[in-house]
Write a protein that binds this ligand. Structure first.
Ligand SMILES: Cc1cc2nc3c(=O)[nH]c(=O)nc-3n(C[C@H](O)[C@H](O)[C@H](O)COP(=O)(O)O)c2cc1C
Length: 237
């Protein structure tokens, strides 16, 4: 029987609802779900998350990025992008974001909301250096979100960046490493969780939902924040 036609009473026997009572900290569950999505290869990019931002005029926009770090100890996620892109400018302007992971095959959703700060430069440097040569060149070639006259113009920009850093097509093909520095306009953002919501699909659409909120205080360090205790609340679906 299709899930949406099952009797609501079946909702009392599904295997994987949220714990009751709720745990004090949601991040061990976020970590377990993230790892399970990865290990079970539920989708080609299990670390894909939709990040919503709002610009200085209050205009919202959203797009998919890849979560490159989930720090469950302190409660933040990291993604990398162009600081001068549409999202980059909005995030630098208003310093707030919301992110959503959706693992359809697992019937799970994670929502994270809170302040955004640029990652420390050393962390962005290290991650940039780990990227394939082609991607490092791409970061120099693309003024992300800005117009370009044609596809050829974009390819010409890639060629110019390759010439600038003395990268040959053979280097890319053979994965030969050539030093390409991180552009100052490219790096990480840390999204600190002030609110986390977990959602598990339930039969008859009696889903299981809970949110955790906490206060966040900047602790003065580069890109770092100090979190207060979490408060957990079960929500109606
Ligand atoms: C699966 C997937 C992963 C993506 N990962 C990233 C990413 O990690 N960083 C990024 O800047 N853009 C990524 N993109 C592209 C963004 O969705 C978006 O097109 C781009 O960042 C420009 O967005 P903006 O104009 O709102 O700044 C990804 C797109 C998809 C579909």
């Amino acid at each position: 029987m299709p899930a949406d036609q099952r009797d609501v009473s079946e909702a009392y026997s599904p295997p994987e609802l949220l714990p009751d009572p709720l745990p004090a900290d949601p991040f061990p569950i976020v970590r377990a779900w993230f790892d399970e999505a990865h290990d079970r290869r539920v989708q080609p990019n299990p670390n894909a998350m939709t990040v919503a931002s709002v610009d200085g005029d209050g205009n919202p926009s959203a797009r998919v990025v890849l979560c490159k770090k989930l720090d469950e100890g302190s409660g933040h996620v990291v993604f990398y992008t162009n600081y001068e892109s549409r999202k980059g400018r909005a995030l630098l302007d208003t310093a707030k974001a919301a992110a959503v992971f959706h693992w359809d095959a697992l019937d799970r959703q994670v929502r994270i909301e809170g302040p955004v700060v640029q990652s420390p430069a050393a962390e962005s440097d290290a991650y940039f250096a780990s990227r394939p040569l082609e991607s490092r060149i791409g970061a120099w070639a693309s003024d992300q979100s800005r117009p370009v006259g044609s596809r050829q113009e974009l390819l010409d920009r890639v060629s110019e960046a390759m010439a600038r850093f003395k990268v040959r097509v053979e280097d890319i093909r053979s994965n030969t490493d050539v030093f390409v520095p991180r552009p100052a306009h490219w790096g990480g953002f840390r999204l600190w969780a002030a609110r986390v919501e977990l959602w598990v699909g339930g039969p008859g659409r009696v889903h299981d939902r809970a949110c955790w909120t906490r206060e966040l205080l900047p602790d003065g360090g580069q890109g770092s924040t100090r979190g207060g205790a979490w408060e957990a609340t079960r929500l109606q679906p």
